[in-house]
Design a protein around this ligand. Structure first.
Ligand code: GDP
Length: 633
């Protein structure tokens, strides 16, 4: 959340366009300061967070809320005193009231952008650097067609391409047009983008902002614009769904221009392309525009050096071990290279592209799946190749030691129970929540209700949601929670094994709910310091269903393999399918061979029957857990 607004309000277009949006920067940056009747007083610029309320802004600007509201009205924004406004808007008011502002951007995010920029500058002056394909991320509001667009671009390209056209989902893919390549990161939305930046990495060269022509600019569209601008990444707007009768591209452009995203055809510097992902219209125009923007930005890298880049995603494959998709950003990665990624290292045993084809080498901007790391790294980890195993091992050891040291003294994740005392001691005025839910419908309902708590404004605490998504709580959700100092709220979802481990390790507060009302109630209570005594579910272990049997009685027993921790007869069990909770209840039977047993440890097989659930399927996971009352902080 805190990386929402950055220096360049124009989407960081580096196309020699106007510098209209540049509102802050180094001391040399041109700034607009309203000249008032009195002689200008040299005062310090005010530091403003990415989002703040009208009242907070008034306070910062030594003005009354009424003055701020009046300025907002002049700009056509109707806001009440508790309403949250973004940095761009706040800055506008500040300038009118004679202040300069600086946006508060978390250090790690600043560093991500700075590293990215310095790599660009370095490449620009490197005599060995050659042109590389652009790396593109698609962002925009839910249901505006991001996934469809990614699929359509890929499908059209594969059809033209090689026989068979079998594609793999490795987190990124490349297409070729007019003999030039474009790399797409295929997790649409802010997820990959924000999570990566929260981890200090930036991979995107060009962002495509998808806006549905019938729906127009929506809250997530604004958020995406903020993320893109904050990262100083050039933007192309794709107005999608132009096949619909209700499509109104002009209205979209109007809305965008009001947000300072000025379409080129209206004299601005943001290219806008009209497409239909469904009817596959305008896709070539979009791809050509990407190539054009890439060309103007002179994207380069030196392929003649050891590889470095960023991890796009990673997992453990049952048959192949740790598998990571990495994006090579500079240098060339070869099979047999020794690489370090985050806190993992290994020798690249094999590399595959997004069509599953074996590669021997991968040049800048190529996404490849690599085998050979000893552990899966995390998305957003930086990777580098090394000459010797020793260098690699030393670096990993150093990183692990550093993390441990930081964990002792450094920031740690917040706890819901501690929120109120922190508020009272003036440490925080914001409750950040990473929200995960089983389905999009609940996710949106919860998100809206949580943000509505802000309008009530009673407790003086603001709720913000750095990230909301569907599916199991993953390791990267936990990493994001640590980076953004958030708690995690799971609605009908549980963490996967890696997520659970990371949460335990990093001591992240995860709250689970299956009733929206309870969720909101507890958040409200925490904001007012009224949390009831708390129970905590303590996980004993995880097991996986390998086989299922029906007993003559009709009951089902499953052949299980305990993956982690233990399965206990007296504990409760939760059935997880793809990270979603299907059932919670007691254990009816737990057996090893013919014997009833009290518990079964990781690495062993057993038979399990549940009380009242007879629908286990192969691949389901069982989380064994018990409840403990925990002492209040
Ligand atoms: P995402 O949430 O942004 O990834 O959106 P999806 O790609 O899942 O698309 C949301 C819905 O819009 C789906 O039902 C798509 O079939 C539909 N959709 C996507 N692109 C188009 C389009 O160009 N035209 C029309 N009519 N529908 C589209």
């Amino acid at each position: 959340m805190s990386d929402r607004f950055g220096a360049n309000r124009n989407g960081g277009q580096r196309r020699g366009g106007t510098n209209r949006g540049k509102r802050r920067g180094g001391s040399g940056g041109a700034r607009t300061v309203a000249i008032r009747n009195t002689a200008p007083v040299a005062r310090e610029p005010v530091l403003l967070p990415p989002v703040l309320t009208v009242a907070e802004l008034a306070d910062q600007l030594e003005a009354t809320p009424i003055e701020v509201i009046r300025e907002l009205m002049k700009a056509g924004i109707m806001a009440n005193i508790n309403q949250q406004i973004d940095y761009a808007t706040a800055n506008r008011v500040a300038v009118e009231l004679g202040w300069e502002t600086i946006e508060q951007v978390p250090e790690v995010v600043q560093k991500a952008t700075a590293d990215f920029e310095s790599r660009r500058t370095e490449a620009a002056s490197d005599p060995n650097a050659v042109t590389r394909p652009p790396v593109v991320t698609i962002m925009g509001h839910v249901d505006h067609g991001k996934t469809k667009l990614l699929d359509a671009i890929r499908a059209s390209n594969v059809a033209e391409g090689e026989a068979g056209g079998i594609t793999q989902h490795i987190g990124a893919y490349q297409v070729e047009i007019q003999g030039k390549k474009i790399t797409f990161l295929d997790t649409p939305g802010h997820e990959a983008f924000t999570a990566m930046r929260a981890r200090g990495a930036q991979a995107t060269d060009i962002a495509i902002l998808v806006v549905a022509a019938d729906d127009g600019v929506m809250p997530t569209t604004r958020e995406a614009i903020a993320h893109i601008q904050s990262a100083n990444v050039p933007m192309i707007v794709a107005i999608n769904k132009i096949d619909l009768a209700a499509a109104n591209p002009d209205r979209v452009m109007q809305q965008l221009s009001e947000l300072n995203v000025m379409p080129e055809e209206w004299g601005g510097d943001v290219p806008v392309v009209q497409v239909s992902a469904r009817e596959r219209l305008g896709l070539d125009d979009l791809l050509e525009m990407i190539l054009l923007v890439a060309e103007v930005n002179e994207l380069k890298a030196n392929p003649y050096k050891p590889a470095s880049g960023v991890v796009i995603e990673a997992r453990i494959d049952r048959n192949r071990g740790p598998v990571a998709t990495v994006l090579v950003q500079s240098g060339t990665l070869n099979v047999r290279d020794i690489v370090v990624a985050g806190e993992s290292w290994g020798r690249v045993k094999a590399m595959f592209d997004d069509r599953g084809k074996r590669l021997r080498r991968a040049e800048p901007s190529t996404p490849v799946e690599i085998l050979g790391l000893l552990e899966p790294p995390q998305a957003g980890d930086v990777f580098q190749s090394f000459e010797t195993e020793k260098e690699a091992k030393d670096l990993v050891e150093q990183r692990v030691a550093q993390r441990r040291a930081e964990a002792v003294v450094g920031d740690r994740a917040v706890k819901l129970t501690e929120l109120y005392s922190q508020i009272q001691s003036g440490q925080t005025a914001e409750l950040r929540i990473i929200l995960k839910a089983d389905v999009m419908g609940s996710l949106q309902a919860i998100q809206t209700s949580l943000l509505k708590l802000n309008d009530e404004g009673a407790s003086g605490v603001m709720v913000s949601i750095p990230y909301a998504g569907t599916g199991a709580i993953s390791e990267s959700d936990v990493a994001l929670a640590v980076a953004t100092q958030s708690i995690i709220v799971g609605f009908n979802v549980r963490p996967d094994v890696a997520g659970k481990r990371a949460a335990d390790r990093d001591d992240v507060d995860i709250r689970f709910y299956n009733i929206i009302y309870n969720l909101l109630d507890e958040v409200k209570a925490a904001m007012r310091g009224l949390l009831a005594p708390e129970f905590k579910d303590v996980t004993d272990g995880y097991a996986e269903v390998r086989e299922t049997f029906k007993l003559p009685s009709g009951d089902m027993v499953a052949g299980m393999y305990v993956l982690d921790g233990k399965l206990a007869r007296n504990s409760r069990a939760r059935v997880l399918r793809s990270g979603t909770v299907l059932f919670e209840g007691g254990v009816k039977s737990l057996r090893r061979f013919k014997d009833d047993v009290r518990e079964v440890q990781a690495g062993y097989e057993c038979g399990l029957g549940l009380d009242g659930f007879n629908d286990l399927q192969i691949g389901d996971q069982i989380e064994s857990y018990h409840r403990e009352e925990i002492a209040r902080a």
